[in-house]
Write a protein that binds this ligand. Structure first.
Ligand SMILES: [Zn+2]
Length: 512
């Protein structure tokens, strides 16, 4: 067989409909790589780009000759809908390159799958369809997506193979990138065309019910893997996507995507079987959070085991601003002791701490510019006497969980002593899913009685060394990622959907 020529590209954004739009800077400051630079970064020892992309390239490198054609990979932290101009710029770069350097044997698309644009509910699908139009019907298009993708029929139509993460917290991105490469090799080798089926029961789970270590979601994913194994080589991949509810699109909802080796009937039938099972256990996709006053009571209770709190309403990993002060202020005013709070996105405060230096005392003003246009209504100003404990430039490598071994650029960082609470301040709006956020500043996670993280679920894989699941509490704080769905003015999510509409009936199974 001749050396396969494979185009590499992607645009990664998880859009929270209620957050501020993602502009060019949001991508440029995280990942915007083209051509040789993109390929070199993917092959670096500790790549800064999406792990599945690097793993795909590595797996292709070690499984035989290939001719990679790196186009563009652009990625932003989760934010609001992408600006139309920015989406079109990235798509334009990709399409130009594909036009110039084709024909191809295959295309690898590395997207998140829950992107929204100012002008479109489904820019992921738009990009994939545009790629298909340019490369033509022959090349195999293989795509990796985040577990929180909102999978559309447009995406399924454009792609030949879709591989979704199977873990939440996401710790299998590298395996999924490798899987995509191995499956692609197999398809190219035996010249068979994979077939995809998509089934979407009307369930719109909240993010807090989508942990894969437990039922119902973990059980559903395991069931899919078991059925795939039982079918031998007939099925290439089974992915059960949980959806990202805050994207608020007509494609929201739990989705089952099955890619069969070559038989569409097998794909359809297995996807239906898993979707039926999801529907039968839908009542389990409900969860109650811990109220803020109960969290304060827990944190101030003497002689208890250490606890970790998720500031669930403000998870930058879901588009949260990273600067709500509700829980910080409540714990501080209650006099809670030995609390580590991470991480607060406040570049002004971090810069001031660097300016006055470690050991200096001052009045820390969190959110000093609160109230101007880009601030969310929950981002309150908070003034408190503080001492600068330690400083860091924010260039670190992840220690545990989702970002283990990955370079992080958090900008100037500081640890502030606010009395009983020690707060980590960062200059990049990132979720605190990794203990490195504390450790880089000399705060030993194992020494805290209460750790609070601005992360909704991914911190579990980073902090499980210190906290068993019964020591983890999801706090019902206000903010852009509050998982209490009834509070949100969703406009585009298909209705009725469970649990937003408790009496939902799944009527039209053939079209879902
Ligand atoms: Zn995700």
């Amino acid at each position: 067989m001749r050396t396969p020529k494979v185009a590499l590209l992607g645009m990664i954004l998880e859009s929270n409909r209620f957050a501020r739009p993602a502009g060019e800077d949001d991508f440029r400051s995280l990942t915007w790589l083209e051509g040789d630079e993109l390929l070199a970064e993917a092959r670096a020892t500790t790549p800064s780009l999406a792990s599945e992309f690097a793993a795909f390239v590595h797996a292709m490198d070690v499984t035989g000759p290939w001719q990679p054609v790196p186009c563009t990979l652009a990625a932003s932290h989760p934010a609001g809908p992408v600006e139309r101009r920015v989406f079109e710029m990235v798509r334009g770069e990709i399409i130009d390159r594909l036009r110039r350097d084709g024909p191809f044997d295959a295309v690898y698309i590395c997207n998140h799958g829950a992107m929204v644009a100012e002008h479109s509910h489904d820019p992921d699908g738009d990009l994939m369809a545009a790629v298909r139009t340019v490369v033509g019907p022959e090349p195999i298009i293989v795509t990796t997506l985040d577990l929180h993708a909102n999978v559309s029929f447009k995406m399924v139509e454009a792609c030949d193979l879709i591989v979704g993460y199977r873990t939440n917290p996401h710790v299998d991105m590298m395996e999924r990138g490798e899987e995509a490469a191995f499956s692609l090799r197999r398809c190219l080798f035996d010249d068979k065309r994979p077939q995809i089926a998509l089934k979407r029961p009307p369930i719109v789970p909240s993010s807090v019910t989508l942990l894969t270590a437990e039922a119902p979601y973990g059980e559903l994913i395991d069931f899919g893997q078991r059925r795939q194994a039982e079918l031998g080589g007939a099925v290439l991949n089974v992915s059960v996507f949980g959806n990202f509810v805050f994207a608020d699109t007509p494609d929201n909802g739990l989705s089952v995507v099955v890619t069969a080796r070559e038989d569409q009937v097998i794909a359809e039938s297995l996807a239906s079987e898993i979707a039926d099972r999801a529907w039968s256990i839908r009542e389990k996709f409900l969860r109650t959070l811990t109220p803020v006053d109960e969290a304060v009571r827990l944190a101030t209770e003497p002689k208890r085991a250490p606890v970790i709190f998720s500031d669930a309403g403000d998870n930058p990993g879901g588009g949260g601003s990273g600067r709500t002060t509700e829980l910080l202020a409540a714990l501080h005013s209650a006099g809670a002791r030995n609390v580590y709070f991470g991480s607060f996105f406040d570049p002004d405060l971090a810069a001031e701490a660097h300016q006055i230096g470690a050991g200096a005392s001052f009045t820390a003003v969190f959110n000093r510019n609160a109230g101007s246009a880009v601030w969310e209504k929950w981002d309150h100003r908070f003034e408190v006497p503080a001492k600068v404990l330690s400083l860091h430039d924010g260039n670190v490598v992840g220690e545990r969980g989702m970002t283990k071994g990955r370079k992080l650029h958090l900008g100037p960082c500081a640890a502030l002593d606010l009395g009983g609470v020690r707060a980590v301040v960062i200059s990049d709006r990132a979720q605190t899913a990794d203990p490195v956020f504390f450790h880089m500043l000399g705060l030993d996670v194992g020494g805290a009685q209460c750790v609070v993280v601005k992360s909704r679920g991914h911190f579990r894989a980073g902090f499980d060394k210190w906290f068993e699941s019964e020591q983890v509490h999801e706090i019902d704080t206000a903010g852009l990622t509050s998982p209490v769905l009834e509070r949100w003015p969703f406009k585009f999510i298909p209705r009725p959907s469970f649990p937003l509409d408790p009496d939902t009936v799944w009527k039209d199974r053939s079209h879902n």
